[in-house]
Design a protein. Sequence first.
Length: 682
Amino acid sequence: MYNFKKTFFTAFILLIPVLLHSQTSADSSRVLKEVVLKTKPYQEVIPVQSLSGVLLENLSAHNVADALRYFAGTQIKDYGGVGGLKTVDVRNMGTHHVGVFYDGIQLGNAQNGVTDLGKYSLDDMESLTMYNGQKSEIFQSAKDFSAASTIYLRTKRPVFSGSKKSNLLVRYKTMSIDYHDPSLRWEQKLSDDVSMSVSSEFIKSNGQYKFRYKRKNQDGSTAYDTTATRWNSDIQALRFESGLYGKINNGSWDAKVYYYDSERGAPGAIVENKFKDGFRQFDKNLFTQAFLTKDVSDKYKFQIRGKYAYDYTHYIARDTTQVLGEPVTEGAQSDDSYYQQEVYFSAVNMYSILENWDVSLSTDLQYNKLNATRRGIQTQFSFPQRYTALFSLASSYRYDGFKVLGSVVGTRVIEEVRYNAKPPNKTEFTPALFLGYTPFKQYDFNLRAFAKRIFRMPTFNDLYYTMIGSSTLRPEYMNQYDVGFTYNLPFKESFLDRLSIQADAYYTNTKDKIVAAPTGNLFRWMMTNIGQVRGKGIETVLNAAAHIDQVNLTANLTYTYSESRDFTKFVGLEISSYGDQIPYTPWHSGSAILNAGYKTWNFNYSFIYVGKRYNGNVNNIKVNEVQPWYTHDLAVQKSFLFSKYKLNTAVEVNNTFNQQYEVIYNYPMPGRTFKFIISIEL
């Protein structure tokens, strides 16, 4: 593996003189629009939460996964460690039902269906937005319509003030766990209609942190109580992305290249007094994508999107921890390499029949291919290929405070495999209906309701993974229902500038849930469609803004009550966990973000609470309980202006009270850490 550090710093040193030379003498301060976690006005008939602008900039979060914790109804599964896997689950419907879109195009993984959000930095992120169901518009791809919940990651677009033609941001972060993170972002105005951006980041950390490991026996006596160090949690990663942004007559376009290369350790579970187990993972992820939209006339507009992605994953599981960069030694249990390719194209057409009545037709085509090199495994790999066609027909109608949005998605999936039985080709139609109503014109009070049916195809791992996959699996089906309201209270001549309240109640029902069931040999499991899960819950979001003289205050509070129970039967028989809460589903969770800004100072406090839940063992019994956890984070930021330069400094304290906690059972999280950030804008 090549030397990341040498490559990054060579490029870093060579670029800075060129970029400094390109600066103009105009004021270089970049103005960030302050957009906070919020509920949008009436046109959003679908529950939506957003983080952007100053609030996102000052949030004590390391990556996208950390920031998403502050959304009501989301659960982040974090397996610990700086480079550990981080996935998102919305309303306990499962990670596979969450569509994550990066600048408008979905991030895919046909192998396991999971998007590792720990790979995506917040440095270049303009906004994070989450919708339950789908966006409140019909001018979108069929992929957008087909997900149960959607998360949109929107990166920053170049903004130039006055006569400036270049922007440069150089940033360095370090933490008290031997963490180093230099990065830069360069924006260049190429013409009045075209601009570009180049961004790069290098992360290196040994990832070691102290934790307390404490376990009790069933009789309440202490089984373990010790302090240890988390090993095999190192990471060395390089991210590079570049974008072109253009304007055309009544339209716009953009193109992006993204590359991520990492070697990281993923620490294993701490069981049987073992503290150094885990695996190593090498990733190379490359994708390039483009987008074009144009208003052809007052009534008709279209957009097209395209993407090519190549993902390489080298996975090594072993009994002993390897040092970063060293070759694998004896004790390796598996040494597998996987190669994924994806080609995607989307075309969207929208026509306005009347001023208040629109209709759209979207067509998506996608191709996925998976190859593998698996050492020591004699079973032939299937080398699957999947062809997916999605078609969506949608319409929206608005009349006197009432809005209705309906859609139907048709999906056709065809697969080809080399060695298995006939794969599960599938044709399916899934409808959705969304209603919004404003009963009082004089008040910004909006009611909403929706019903949506979703299905997901089994992943390549579900179908073809050795000793686990089953080519007879059926798709997983889910019905989702929601009712809620948003109330934006107006304030005039008051210290309180804004107050909005959002509340939703929901119900979900999953059938043919894909689960892993044991066979006669506990080392061999079988994927099957026998599960049924029913869920219900309440989500609330409160957003407020106020000012006291020159001090600007914002507050964002969320609370979620969630119940998701397993009603699985095996051949008509109830199992012992029938009616139990599914693993890692807390009944109560919530978050708070409090921010105060005064001139060039900014103070931020954030809090996350996750209540009692049960681990991945079968039953909801005392020994399987996972205790509640909560963290307090503090951040102080100060800006300094020097002529045409702007210097930003920040100090953050994460997990301020050093709570020892686990998101996933037997995967301890870091205690108190200090983070220092310095950046220069030119």
